[in-house]
Design a protein around this ligand. Sequence first.
Ligand code: ZN
Length: 399
Amino acid sequence: MSVDVQPSHIDQIKQTNIGLVYRLIDQYGPISRIALSKKAKLAPASITKITRELIDAHLVKETEFPGLGFRGRPAIGLKVDSEGWQFLCIRIDEGRIVIGLRDLSCNLVVEEQFAFSVLQGHSFLDCLVDKIDNFFLRQQATLERLTAISITINAIVDPINGVIHSSPYYDIQNLPLGKFLHQRTGLPIFLQHGIAAWTIAESLYGAGENCQDLIQLVIDNNVGAGIMTAGQMLHAGNHSVVEVGHIQIEPDGERCYCGNIGCLETVVGLKKVLQKSYFLTKGYSGSLSVDLLCQSAIDGDPLITEVIYDVGERIGRIMAVMVNIFNPERILIGSPLNSVKHILYPVIQQQIAQRSLPGYSQQVEIVATQFDNTGTLPAAALIKQALYNGELLIEIMQG
Ligand SMILES: [Zn+2]
């Protein structure tokens, strides 16, 4: 029977196992082969084979570590060998780009930020490639073995095929960015929506660590969510994102850029929250920033506190529905409004308690994301994920 097992299936098992072993070494290293075998639930012979391959590829190295070795000799453990391996992380925002070089343990080697605009007569791709080329030129002395490039952008993307379908800020139509950059550099290219990548980062080494089921809600100028269910990102393999921002909450409200009327984002998107606060507090001089808004709420300004309450109630109603569908262990909130979380979270919690199944709502906790909405850590998480699922390890080992 085993003769008929398809090679692709064997490859898949091999990839999964090698990813698992690498992940355990990364998380628990230095770790002995025996401990590894127990944690991975793989036979010692398989562990020996896989770790030899990882050592040969310079992805893992042996190290002595203080512990009870045989006859008092120091124990030999394995740890990740990230020296010399690097990858490039790119974050594209509205009018801004961040390019970071990291080692395989995700530590930042160097990061640069630039204003980013597409000049008349140029394409988005030309301008992006120009920024990357210039970065490489400037950082030539710092560059070592470059293994992959990962990119995050808040746009409609197809992560499997590396295509950006469209963007709210840039003139892009079905741009095969992954294919283009791969042909140019020969490297594996990873592309993901900014919020989905941020949720992956939180689940790997942030506020969602060790959570199998979580919802991350982002309240910024855009409102969106990332959902992880049974340890897998919802929609990770296609070009959909969880569009909570475009759920209608005010049928008589403003027209949204998506074409509908009264979307959540037209009410609780931070630009709108600021406009509303400014309108309510005409007495304030100067322009109102999110920081100032939060400070006013902390100082007990009743009008601003009311605005925060309103945001919490509206968000809470939508989250209650999501709690009923996904039964998350944790809800992460990623927002500049986290500085008034003592006001915001109880209101959201109350809505969830009133409106979702008590058995679900009682066990869910609302916490702030560990990272903020800047920098290239979400892009780095895509690389980490590709190492842990074995995909990138296999690519590196095949050279
Ligand atoms: Zn909309």
